[in-house]
Design a protein around this ligand. Structure first.
Ligand code: ADP
Length: 449
């Protein structure tokens, strides 16, 4: 299996281990309450000192499991993750379940042995073992449970260990009947093995499906990579031809227009505008495919506040042409992040250009850089046309354009926000939008420090 797949399954496994520890906290509380209720409320006398000390021991044991699990997780970040998962964590899971069986046997012994109906609680451990461990290990745990209960029965029956009879619960003559004991024990053994058989069959199927999912995921990413490669090559070729066409058209319009009729000038001017639009479309496609293909960052220490300043200067003229008021809140102190400066510039520029584009004449736009605890937050806001709740779900998808945006600006690629999301993603940041139709929008993104 690929490393990605193993890490995915390992994560699942760690989650389940945590779940087991959490489950045990509830189990200990449950045991404690049950013992107290049976003894005091129902009136069946139990060997309280031994049972309470057993519960406390289980509590302490779980505390050490909890601490050790945290330690393993920390160590996992330092060392080879897959090796940690396969060896240490597996052994740890096995140990936990074996000690659980031991603890349950101890509690059973001091509360009636085979006459205690809670012996069937071993089933839960068998289900847990089947989920967490290999099939072989799950059957071995079932054998351990059978061995432990068998040991208790034989020792108590032969007088090696005292039998703690539960008064007022079951006829004591019945407890001495070998036939009765054998009957219960046989049902117990078969129940455990059948449980393990059924649970492992289901878990095996699920594990297969999990593996298939990981493999399909890998195949899909590979296909996506090929698609991006294809788009990259095609867009690159189109871009160079388009650039040449655009240069030729501008030269005709600039230097040779005297010899042209008004109609011809108008046609060439329209062609040049479409060419410009196509060029920006191809440029966006190229950028997006490059980021998706490589997912590589040229990281260095860069000042976010410097990037914001630079982008604001690039957008100022465009905003003034539309009569927009531009506000900037940019702290003049150290705002260093380890990031790809070009990509961050592109990201902020896309958001600022959208703010200008989608805000009608005379409106307000702004950018704010905030220093949060572990990250920097940048908010690009405007008092423009806004985005409807329905469109908010789609705007980060490739080529998505809302109706009100199309009505306001005919030309648009619908790729700007896809690029924004990709850049934020590869920097491990987050991006959110708050918007109300007719009132304006706020694009918020974070970059970890
Ligand atoms: P484009 O601007 O080229 O259409 P984008 O990917 O940048 O593509 O944006 C996608 C869509 O998100 C836009 O078409 C528009 O509907 C919506 N949008 C983005 N920014 C804003 C904004 N500041 N105000 C209103 N709508 C916006």
């Amino acid at each position: 299996m690929s490393e990605l797949g193993e890490i995915f399954l390992e994560k699942e496994f760690n989650q389940r281990l945590k779940w087991l520890i959490k489950l045990r906290w509830f189990a200990v509380i449950g045991v404690f309450l049950l013992i107290t209720a049976i003894n005091y409320a129902i009136g069946i006398k139990l060997s309280l000192p031994q049972l309470y000390s057993g519960s406390i021991a289980l509590l302490l044991l779980n505390l050490s499991f909890f601490l050790y699990n945290n330690l393993l997780e920390k160590r996992k970040d330092e060392k080879n993750r897959v090796i940690t998962a396969n060896r240490l964590v597996n052994r740890f899971a096995n140990l936990q379940i074996s000690l659980d069986l031991l603890a349950l046997s101890y509690l059973i012994h001091f509360s009636g042995g085979i006459e205690n109906p809670f012996i069937f609680y071993f089933i839960f451990h068998m289900v847990i073992a089947s989920i967490l461990l290999s099939n072989k290990a799950a059957y071995l745990q079932a054998t351990l449970a059978v061995g432990l209960l068998g040991g208790i029965v034989i020792s108590e029956y032969s007088g090696l260990l005292p039998h703690h009879h539960i008064n007022n619960f079951i006829d004591s003559r019945l407890c001495l009947s070998g036939f009765y004991i054998l009957g219960i024990f046989s049902v117990f053994i078969s129940t455990l093995y059948i449980t393990v058989y059924m649970a492992t069959s289901i878990v095996n199927r699920l594990r297969e499906q999990e593996k298939e999912l990981v493999a399909t995921n890998k195949k899909l990413s590979e296909q996506d990579r090929l698609k991006s490669q294809y788009v990259l090559t095609v867009s690159h070729d189109i871009q160079s031809s388009l650039s040449t066409i655009q240069i030729c058209l501008s030269v005709v319009l600039g230097f040779l227009s005297d010899s042209l009729s008004v109609k011809a000038k108008e046609m060439i001017s329209r062609a040049e505008k479409r060419c410009q639009y196509l060029l920006s479309f191809v440029k966006d496609l190229l950028n997006l495919s490059k980021i998706r293909m490589t997912r590589k960052l040229e990281r260095k220490s860069v000042s976010l506040s410097e990037i914001v300043k630079k982008v604001v200067e690039q957008t100022r003229e465009f905003a003034e042409q539309k009569g927009l008021t531009l506000s900037v809140e940019n702290p003049d102190r150290d705002t260093a992040v380890f990031a790809d400066a070009n990509l961050l510039e592109q990201l902020i520029l896309n958001l600022m250009e959208n703010a200008v584009k989608y805000t009608p004449w005379g409106g307000k736009i702004g950018i704010t850089l905030k220093d949060k605890q572990n990250s920097y937050e940048i908010v690009v806001w405007d008092t423009g046309i806004g985005i409807s709740q329905e469109d908010l779900n789609g705007i980060f998808d490739d080529f998505y354009r809302a109706k009100n945006a199309e009505q306001m600006e005919k030309d648009g690629t619908g790729l700007g926000l896809s690029i924004v999301r990709q850049i934020v993603d590869i920097h491990n940041g987050d991006v959110f939008v708050e918007s109300e139709i007719g009132k304006g929008s706020k694009f918020i993104f974070t970059i970890p420090k």
